[in-house]
Design a binder for this molecule. Structure first.
Ligand SMILES: Cc1cc2nc3c(=O)[nH]c(=O)nc-3n(C[C@H](O)[C@H](O)[C@H](O)COP(=O)(O)OP(=O)(O)OC[C@H]3O[C@@H](n4cnc5c(N)ncnc54)[C@H](O)[C@@H]3O)c2cc1C
Length: 396
């Protein structure tokens, strides 16, 4: 089976940033993408919040990311990742064109906005139809816009849009919002917000850009026109999480849970970008996640390689385990190193603070500082020590 150091799934901003950081850290990187490189930004003509670039289109920015990743010799492969499997400790990426074993994986598969599905929606994406107030709100300064939806996102983003728009209609199929009470109260107290109850969007019209939406009242069946320059759809967003479903911990909606180092619940599998459970899904946050994930993956791979060769591969080895955040343990590790050297003994010194996964794996974290004897990767004997005399006795 093909074996690679770092496999990144998804060539959007998160995956590309991970590739750039991974390659610059000297890793062998394989970037897998099932569609066009660039990710979601390919569907927008206006990007004005990527620092240093005052205005660009999504496809242009996506191309710049791809060229940057290619400059560092990233291999980008067009495949659809079906799943990640753990086989006897190995991480295997299963694609529609074969399997790849990876030392570490960054899942950067992104997310998608649910479409409303009415006539005129698809044709006007980027021409007044938007799914992101933070991305596109500023393009509607002093214009009237509509928001579609009645949950928290619709109500909160509607409120946010009043910073720019002169009026924000919130079109909802029921006669009350489903959002938190505080969000509803704030929105209804905002004079620029006008709820349009019991209504659904029948179609979106406009020659080029959006000019109006056609509404149907679900109680009376009455059809009416609402002239607006923009329609913001907040009928839901969902992660592309199929390849890790059931493998890593996630919210009930499927957003992957990570810590701030982008580590998922499975060792060596990282997640970055919109697929994560997070507050702000934007290019800048996706790229940032990608960088953090790649550096985490690099540290993980180095740690694994080094520890594997020193601790797990030899037939028999004794190592000294300690934690560097404890001054006494650090002192004893120095003593052990000095004594072993003086007596011509090989003694790997392992800092459990920096190699927490390994000490957890060997189940010695509660017994440090200690000499740990390993036979073919399995713990054979643990000798905890408390003083210089204990250290000297073991190394006698
Ligand atoms: C219309 C629109 C306008 C936007 N405007 C802005 C803006 O102005 N500014 C801003 O900062 N953000 C904007 N965003 C948000 C921004 O695009 C996202 O936050 C960002 O793209 C997330 O990056 P990502 O790499 O996490 O995911 P994505 O960009 O979603 O990339 C994920 C990639 O993974 C691939 N993938 C998924 N599953 C698989 C699989 N199983 N196998 C292989 N490949 C897979 C996908 O094809 C995709 O290319 C906008 C989004 C949209 C939709």
């Amino acid at each position: 089976m093909e074996k690679r150091e770092l496999v990144i799934i998804g060539a959007g901003p998160a995956g590309m940033a991970a590739a750039i950081y991974g390659r610059r850290a000297g890793l062998d990187v394989l970037l897998l993408e099932r569609g066009a490189t660039g990710g979601q930004i390919n569907t927008t003509e206006e990007i004005e919040n990527w620092p240093g670039v005052q205005h660009t289109t999504g496809p242009e920015l996506g191309n710049m990311f791809r060229d940057h990743a290619l400059k560092f010799n990233t291999e980008i492969r067009p495949v659809d990742v079906k799943k990640i499997e753990l086989r006897g400790g190995a991480k295997v990426v299963v694609t529609d064109k074969g399997e790849i074993e990876a030392d570490a994986i960054v899942v950067a598969t992104g997310a998608y906005f649910r479409r409303l599905g009415c006539p005129g929606e698809a044709e006007h994406i980027g021409q007044g139809v938007s799914y992101c107030a933070v991305c596109d709100g500023a393009f509607f300064e002093d214009e009237e816009v509509a928001v579609v939806g009645g949950g928290n996102t619709a109500v909160e983003e509607g409120d946010y849009l009043t910073k720019f728009a002169s009026k924000v209609y919130i079109v909802h199929r029921r006669d009350e919002f489903r959002a938190d009470r505080a969000a509803i109260e704030r929105a209804l107290a905002n004079p620029k917000i006008v709820p349009v109850w019991n209504s659904v969007v029948e179609k979106i019209e406009g020659d080029g850009a959006v000019e109006k939406i056609v509404l149907k009242n679900v109680k009376t069946n009455e059809i009416s026109d609402l002239p607006v320059a923009g329609v913001f759809m907040f009928v839901g967003q969902a992660p592309y999480d199929e390849c890790v479903k059931g493998l890593v911990k996630a919210t009930k909606e499927g957003w992957i849970l990570t810590n701030e180092d982008m580590e998922t619940s499975v060792e060596g599998i990282f997640a970055a970008g919109d697929v994560r459970s997070k507050h702000l899904r934007q290019v800048v946050t996706a790229a940032s996640d990608g960088a953090v994930a790649a550096m985490g993956a690099s540290a993980y791979i180095n740690e694994q390689l080094h520890l594997r060769s020193v601790l797990l591969e030899p037939e028999s080895v004794t190592a000294f385990f300690y934690t560097s955040i404890d001054a006494n343990q650090a002192h004893l590790s120095n003593e052990a190193e000095k004594l072993a050297k003086a007596r011509g003994k090989k003694l790997p010194i392992i800092d459990g603070y920096k190699n927490s996964r390994m000490i957890e794996k060997l189940d010695v974290s509660s017994r440090l500082p200690a000499f740990v004897e390993l036979r073919s990767g399995a713990v054979a004997k643990v000798t905890p020590v408390a003083s210089e005399a204990d250290v000297a006795k073991v190394l006698a």
